[in-house]
Design a protein around this ligand. Structure first.
Ligand code: M7G
Length: 336
């Protein structure tokens, strides 16, 4: 959906009109719930995702020194006693509504791939050799990946322009740094920014080589500086990393504070920027030669393709890096 200037237009949905079809994932640890449904007043067929997430606490909301006009410790907070026993008390506090916001993400219209991403699944690890990347993952990616329109909208200043924290416009080593969709935008302790490179020919970690070192070092140094200046978080407390596999195949780097367990920081998915720089300094084509494990989840076609291809190879007694002659065609057939 674009307007006459080519900018993406926001679909005109009203969240109160959402009609639930299915709960996809209720994460009690992250206190988030992913819902599948529709906005029937716009379309009965287009699927919509609504993701609710309770916000982390903001330290300024618990001050009692009068430094904030909104506090949990105010007369506006309603307190229901659950029980009192000796020195212990259990309550349900209902603070004023502004302190009780729920971060809400809507994806509309949502594709089957979006629904898959937000559903709960059993996960499996795949050790992706360079040959498996070339022959299976890359073939799969060419025909099945999320649209990058939102990324180009940011790089071309068509959307989220006022949210940009820092930009280096250089086409080779430049990037845009801005708040990630996952951040509520106010809880500094849970800060989550994304650096998106201007170069458009780097899909992921796999495409990096030593010629990209100036770009990576620029993101590390300028990104850290910008965060320190704007949010007062010192460089020593910023975690910077890539995801592999990412959801979006245009190179980007995640930034968040080491003191906060951001979603997706698990060791099977994250690659620290500092380590990546060091690996490329030691071996210039490290990521072309490395076996990189990644997590695939049940229900994802990529896992089915890996399962089948690796079984065929086993039966034909082929080395796992050799391709069966019909491989590319069979992968494309499975994606369709
Ligand atoms: P990823 O590693 O490709 O995917 O990171 P994953 O972390 O979701 O598995 C892409 C990052 O881009 C994620 O952290 C998303 O939250 C973020 N993101 C996605 N979208 C669609 C947007 C968007 O429209 N705006 C912004 N600012 N961030 C987004």
């Amino acid at each position: 959906m674009t307007d006459k200037n080519g900018s993406a237009q926001q679909p005109n949905y009203d969240i109160s009109k959402f009609k639930l079809t299915k709960i996809l994932n209720n994460n009690t640890v992250r206190k988030s719930i992913a819902l599948l449904g529709t906005f029937p007043d716009i379309s009965e067929v287009d699927q919509a995702l609504v993701i609710f997430e309770k916000n982390a606490f903001t330290e300024s909301d618990v001050q009692t020194d009068g430094s904030t006009d909104k506090s949990f410790f105010s007369s506006k907070t309603k307190t229901n006693v659950e029980f009192l026993n000796n020195i212990y008390g259990s309550f349900q506090c209902i603070p004023e509504s502004d302190l009780n916001c729920i971060k809400t993400t809507v994806v509309y219209p949502a594709t089957d791939k979006h629904i898959e991403k937000y559903s709960i699944h059993a996960k499996h690890l795949i050790a992706e050799t360079p040959a498996l990347y070339e022959n299976i993952t890359l073939t799969y990616l060419k025909s099945s990946q999320f649209s990058l329109d939102w990324v180009y909208n940011i790089l071309e200043h068509k959307q989220e322009t006022e949210r940009i924290v820092f930009e280096d416009p250089d086409p080779e080593i430049g990037f845009v740094l801005l708040p990630d969709l996952k951040w509520d935008g106010r809880t500094i302790e849970a800060l989550y920014l994304l650096a998106i490179v201007h170069k458009r020919d780097i899909k992921s970690l796999r495409d990096l080589n030593s010629s990209h070192l100036p770009l990576l070092k620029n993101i590390r140094d300028s990104g850290r500086r910008a965060i320190e200046e704007k949010y007062g978080i010192p460089a020593s407390q910023i975690r910077m990393y890539f995801h592999y596999q990412p959801s979006f195949y245009h190179l980007h780097i995640h930034f968040n504070p080491v003191g906060n367990d951001a979603p997706g920081i698990w060791c099977e998915k994250s690659h620290m920027l500092e380590t990546v720089i060091n690996n490329l300094e030691l071996v210039s084509d490290y990521y072309k030669r490395a076996t990189i494990p990644f997590v695939a989840y049940e229900g994802n076609k990529l896992l089915d393709i890996y399962d089948e291809e690796l079984n065929v190879r086993k039966k034909l007694k082929l080395d796992e890096n050799e391709l069966t002659p019909t491989s590319e065609d069979s992968i494309n057939a499975k994606i369709e």
